[in-house]
Design a binder for this molecule. Structure first.
Ligand code: XUL
Ligand code: CO
Length: 437
């Protein structure tokens, strides 16, 4: 096979002074930061759907992407060839992981049986390419939203046959993920939500969704798949309300249906924004519940209210993201997965390299800055000091559950007024962050 990117050689780290657009300025995979290499911290993954299947179409216009290796057909041969191109790209980029939906990698056939056969035929190439290059599968997932059969959702469809189709598709996608040594499996509830409550039995739909996830948990055990399961929150789009709307809603759902021990969250930046939260907020909610698993690293546009899935380049964003990730012990099963696509106007193959290099460098900087802030210690000391009243006396007694309401009342009656409050010093702290950026 002749190379798809003949003019591009392996992307190397050249340091911050380099002006080479096809070099890393900050991501130096073997450099040690806070006790681990950057490669181990960041565990970068390329997404198959945007990077190799994205056409650049939008609601107003057709695709624009120039992908000379792709013949545009739905043939197995084209899908297998595309898989080889993907591995050429990831090898040249130096990304250790990738992620897919079942339907990104192989075409859908006329029946489920035919579709499964197609997936097996492409998975064979994926496996060979993984072995050849050492690139690994971070997670797999099933696309339960594109086909018209999923018009009313998948696990939450009013049509029991659609539930059955989705369950069968998950079974197969999980088997292939397992076969490819995948380190995780993600559930994003593509259309698991509603457009109007007038036609919706919400309780029944949620019960069904939980049933589907329990079936997946059981099957996972049955086939000995050890990968981590993730749920990916998103509040809306395509539906008006998705049941997995944000980290807190997902955690509540998982707890309510006894699923929490089996799942962690895959937090996506642009989904956090759509939910009216910051990425750091979502990471904190997940981390506090010991459910911070992986991230879909992208960003939205401040002026566009939809899921634009842009590559992250904002150093504040990556710094705050890495601060929280490091605080909760780093990414272990998960990684920094670029669920991001080049703009419709960036249609040449080389743009794929610029986009990923920029995202990886932005995260490398965020990691280094966050590690420096943690090493400095002033930020963490400030927060610790802010809660010092809880470390001894009545505060400690309340925290340990040893104080009754009566005793607390007696304490404050005796005192008459509370100890003086201290400034929250937000501006001081913002300036402190800027010292490092
Ligand atoms: C959709 C989205 C998905 C999931 C995987 O907004 O983020 O691509 O990451 O299904
Ligand atoms: Co995503």
């Amino acid at each position: 096979m002749k190379p798809a990117f003949p003019d591009i050689t392996k992307i190397r780290y050249e340091g911050a002074r380099s002006q080479n657009p096809l070099a890393f300025k900050h991501y130096n995979p073997t450099e040690i930061v806070a006790g681990k290499t950057m490669r181990e911290h960041l565990r970068f993954a390329v997404v198959y759907w945007h990077t190799f299947r994205g056409t650049g179409s939008d609601p107003f216009g057709a695709g624009t992407m120039q992908r000379p290796w792709d013949d545009g057909s739905n043939s197995i041969n084209n899908a297998q060839n595309r898989a080889r191109v993907a591995f050429e790209f990831m090898t040249k980029l130096g990304a250790p992981y990738y992620c897919w939906h079942d339907r990104d990698v192989a075409p859908e056939g006329k029946t489920l049986a035919e579709t499964n056969k197609n997936l097996d035929a492409v998975a064979k190439v994926l496996k060979a390419e993984q072995q050849r290059t050492g690139i690994k599968l971070l997670w797999g997932t099933a696309n339960l939203f594109s086909h018209p059969r999923f018009v009313h959702g998948a696990g939450t469809s009013c049509n029991a046959d659609v539930f059955a189709f989705a369950a069968a598709q998950i079974k197969k996608a999980m088997e292939v993920t397992h076969e490819l040594g995948g380190e995780g499996y993600t559930f994003w509830g593509g259309r698991e939500g509603y457009m109007t409550l007038l036609n919706t039995d919400m309780k029944r739909e949620l019960d069904h969704l939980a049933k589907l996830l329990h079936l997946a948990v059981d099957y996972k055990k049955k086939i000995g798949f050890k990968g981590q399961f993730y749920i990916e929150p998103k509040p809306k789009e395509p539906t008006k309300h998705q049941y997995d709307s944000d980290a807190a809603a997902c955690l509540n759902f998982l707890r309510e249906y006894d699923l929490l021990p089996h799942f962690k969250l895959n937090i996506e930046t642009n989904h956090a924004t759509l939910a009216g939260h910051s990425m750091q907020h979502e990471l904190e909610v997940a981390g506090a519940a010991d459910a911070l698993g992986s991230i879909d690293a992208n960003t939205g546009d401040e002026l566009l209210g939809w899921d634009t899935d842009q590559f992250p380049t904002n150093i504040y964003l990556t710094t705050y993201t890495m601060l929280t990730i490091l605080k909760y012990g780093g990414l272990t099963t998960g990684g920094v997965n670029f669920d991001a696509k080049v703009r419709r106007e960036s249609f040449e193959p080389v743009d794929l390299f610029h986009a990923h290099i920029g995202g990886m460098d932005a995260f490398a900087r965020g990691l280094k800055i966050a590690a420096a802030i943690r090493k400095d210690g002033r930020l963490a000391d400030f927060v610790k000091q802010r809660y010092a009243s809880w470390d001894s006396g009545l505060g400690a007694k309340i925290e340990s559950g040893k104080a009754s309401l009566k005793e607390i009342e007696a304490y404050i009656l005796k005192k008459g007024e509370v100890a003086a409050n201290v400034s929250g010093r937000q501006e001081f702290l913002e300036n402190l962050i800027n010292e490092f950026i």
